[in-house]
Ligand binder design. Structure first.
Ligand code: 5GP
Length: 214
C-alpha cells in the first residue's frame, strides 16, 4: 500500500570542535543498523591516537587540490583558517543508493554546499551545555596547543551564529542521550510524507470499504 524511498538518508552533523560529535556518532552507530559514518580527507597532521582511513584520510595539499580539480569532492572547505577537509563523492553515493543512511561530520561551509546539492539532507547541529564546558573539554582533550584552542574557540562562536541554517539542534550534555535524540530525529524523518514514494489510494479505498462492510 505504501512504499518508502529506497535510498538512504544523508545526515549532516556540525558543531564546534570539542563538542563530542565523533563520540555521539559512534554511540549512534551502536544504536542503529544500516548507518555509515563517512571518512573525510584532510591535509591536517595526524594526531597520536588517530588511525589513517578510520579517522581521516590524511593526504598532502597537492593531492587534495588535484582531487578538487577532478571534481572528486561532494563538498570541501578550509577549516580553522589553514587546512583542507573534504568528503569524497563516490563512496557516499554508493552507500545512499544501497539504502544505507550516511552521516557527514562537517563544518558549516561544507554543510551549506550540501544544502545546495542534496535537497532532502537532514542538518543537525550539536551544542555544548555551555561555552565554559566546551572550553574545558577542548583543554582536557590535550590534542591542541593553546593557540589552536583559541582558534577553535573563535570558529565555535562563528559556527554557532549560523545555527538557524540547520533543521535540528541537540545539546550534548550526555553522549548516550544526545545519540538517542538523533536516533529519534532520524526515525521521525523516515516517516515524513515527502519521503514516501507511493501511496496507492485505490488499495486504501478498497481496505476502507472492506472494513465498513465487515
Ligand atoms: P578536527 O581537526 O578537530 O578533526 O576537525 C575540525 C573540524 O573539521 C570538525 O569540527 C569538522 O566540523 C570539520 N570537518 C571534518 N571533516 C570535514 C569534511 O569532510 N568537510 C568539511 N567541510 N568539514 C569537515
Amino acid at each position: 500500500m505504501i512504499k518508502n524511498k529506497k535510498e538512504g538518508q544523508l545526515i549532516i552533523i556540525s558543531g564546534p570542535s570539542g563538542v563530542g560529535k565523533d563520540s555521539v556518532c559512534k554511540k549512534l552507530k551502536e544504536l542503529k543498523e544500516n548507518i555509515w559514518i563517512s571518512v573525510s580527507s584532510t591535509t591536517r597532521e595526524i594526531r597520536e591516537n588517530e588511525i589513517e582511513g578510520e579517522d581521516y584520510y590524511f593526504i598532502a595539499k597537492e593531492e587534495f587540490e588535484e582531487k578538487i580539480k577532478n571534481n572528486s569532492f561532494l563538498e570541501y572547505a578550509i577549516v580553522h583558517s589553514n587546512q583542507y577537509y573534504g568528503t569524497l563523492k563516490d563512496k557516499v553515493y554508493e552507500k545512499l543508493n544501497g539504502g544505507v543512511d550516511v552521516i557527514l561530520v562537517i563544518d558549516i561551509n561544507g554543510a551549506l554546499q550540501i544544502k545546495e546539492k542534496v535537497k532532502d539532507a537532514i542538518f543537525i547541529f550539536i551544542l555544548p551545555p555551555s561555552m565554559n564546558e566546551l572550553k574545558r573539554r577542548l583543554v582536557n582533550r590535550k590534542t591542541e596547543s593553546d593557540d589552536k584552542i583559541t582558534e577553535r574557540f573563535k570558529t565555535a562562536y562563528r559556527e554557532i551564529n549560523e545555527i538557524s541554517k540547520y533543521n535540528y539542534v541537540v545539546v550534548n550534555d550526555n553522549i548516550e542521550d544526545a545519540a538517542k535524540k538523533i536516533d529519534a530525529i532520524l526515525i521521525s524523518e523516515k516517516c515524513r510524507v515527502d519521503r514516501i514514494m507511493e501511496v496507492d489510494l485505490n488499495t486504501i479505498e478498497e481496505e476502507i470499504h472492506e472494513k465498513l462492510v465487515d
